[in-house]
Design a protein around this ligand. Structure first.
Ligand code: SF4
Ligand code: SF4
Length: 411
């Protein structure tokens, strides 16, 4: 048995929960299940630097038994564990990773076992693994590869990455493949995973989550959700009623490329307002946020446990929404897809463009775009009059956006 595994096996899963809470200074009250935890502000010494923000709230992660920090640490392109360790010092105990996120699984596998035992780590298998014909053995092999990369004998949660894509790109029947439940439930019985789930920001997000929640013993769903998305309410409520964990992602909408300054007041930021909005929604256990620097972690964590938006923040959110309104392609929307005679996966390409221009993930965005069949690429828009545009409820200039995306993603 590896050192990591010995460490984990010494503690029960619940034991790990309590250890994690104690490790961030929240103590027994949090372990007993109090929903909101305000950390006592240290008495300020004259001239002392301002106290660093810390997580203020831990929530039930569905029926997993884990008390998760309301903010989780997501896809960070990290080269070593220092940023994760900093996030842990600030109280984060949920990590979102994926086979697709560069070498992040391998880096997390290098965490000190004692620290790792204080984390809930959710990883995702490659999206292309899942088809209507994928076998249980293939899924099992992929789980075992993630076990090796994360250097452990049991993964907290393994997810199907990116369900709900455009049906012209990916067979909608793939989530109904019985091999999925067979492989994940067997992996649970064999002690290789504790829980399994699925993530989505695609146009069929709501339908696919709905089917999984109704028809499988899925433990966790991770939707793209923010103050501009619509339609997820009923499926999230249904998931919650069944004890299925709900982790939101894509909560900053266009995230980093917007000039936020007009909306900043008294040290608050629009990003904090957006986080607070998401945390205040019913049925959300945690938000997985991309965190790439100490400053980013501090900024986001300052919004933890404070879902009440100030009137100033509400105003800021409104302004930010107006700025994005005719620019942002909403996760879960499929309004324009049927109108394209060429089967161009509009929502997916606009999301790749977001990764490229806003998330700073140029290589990742370009590699996703390269995987599209050429006859369905945005190249087709050059000789098209753009009938898709009349069908977008948000009046996005789809054609010109797609042409710009093609230029950026093929340089
Ligand atoms: S501009 Fe034409 S080819 Fe391009 S997405 Fe719209 S309908 Fe399809
Ligand atoms: S371009 Fe408009 S209609 Fe098409 S998926 Fe995006 S938001 Fe929906």
């Amino acid at each position: 048995m590896k050192k990591n595994d010995k460490e984990l096996s010494r503690r029960s899963f619940i034991g790990r929960t309590i250890a994690s809470l104690a490790g961030v200074g929240l103590g027994l009250s949090a372990a007993k299940g109090l929903r909101a935890q305000e950390t006592a502000a240290p008495s300020a010494q004259p001239g002392a630097p301002a106290a660093k923000p810390a997580i203020r709230e831990y929530r039930d992660l569905g029926r997993t038994g884990w008390k998760t920090s309301d903010l989780g640490f997501g896809n960070a392109m990290i080269q070593d564990t220092s940023l994760v360790e900093y996030a842990m010092e600030r109280g984060i105990n949920y990590i979102d990773t994926a086979r697709q996120y560069y070498e992040m699984e391998v880096v997390l596998g290098k965490l000190d076992p004692a620290k790792r035992a204080k984390l809930f780590i959710a990883t995702k298998l490659l999206p292309e693994l899942f088809t209507a014909k994928t076998t249980a053995a293939e899924i099992t092999t992929a789980i075992e590869e993630s076990l090796k990369r994360l250097n452990t004998s049991c993964l907290d949660c393994v997810e199907i990455h990116s369900i709900g894509e455009d049906p012209k790109l990916s067979d909608p029947a793939k989530i109904k493949n019985p091999a999925i439940v067979e492989a994940f439930e067997k992996a649970k019985k064999d002690g290789k995973i504790r829980f399994w789930g699925a993530t989505s920001h695609g146009p069929r997000m709501v339908e696919d989550f709905d089917w999984l929640v109704d028809n499988t013993p899925i433990d966790m769903i991770q939707p793209g959700m923010n103050f501009m998305t619509k339609g997820l309410g009923p499926v999230l409520a249904k998931a919650k009623a069944k004890g299925i964990a709900v982790v939101a992602m894509k909560s900053l909408a266009e995230a980093r490329k917007i000039n936020y300054k007009p909306f900043m007041k008294n040290g608050a930021t629009v990003r904090q307002a957006v986080i607070k909005w998401t945390l205040a929604q019913p049925n959300i256990d945690c938000i997985a946020m991309t965190m790439r620097s100490v400053e980013m972690i501090d900024e986001y964590i300052a919004a933890s446990g404070r879902p009440e938006l100030t009137p100033e923040e509400e105003k800021a959110l409104k302004g930010y929404g107006a700025l994005l309104d005719r620019d942002y392609c909403r996760p879960g929307c499929s309004g324009c897809l049927a109108a394209c005679p060429n089967g161009v996966p509009i929502a997916d390409i606009l999301r790749y463009r977001l990764y490229f221009g806003s998330y700073g993930e140029e290589k990742h965005a370009m590699s996703l775009y390269r995987k599209l069949p050429r006859e369905r690429s945005a190249e087709r828009c050059a000789s098209c009059e753009g009938p898709c545009e009349a069908t977008c409820p948000h009046n996005l200039a789809i054609r010109s956006k797609l042409l710009a995306a093609h230029g950026e993603l093929t340089v």
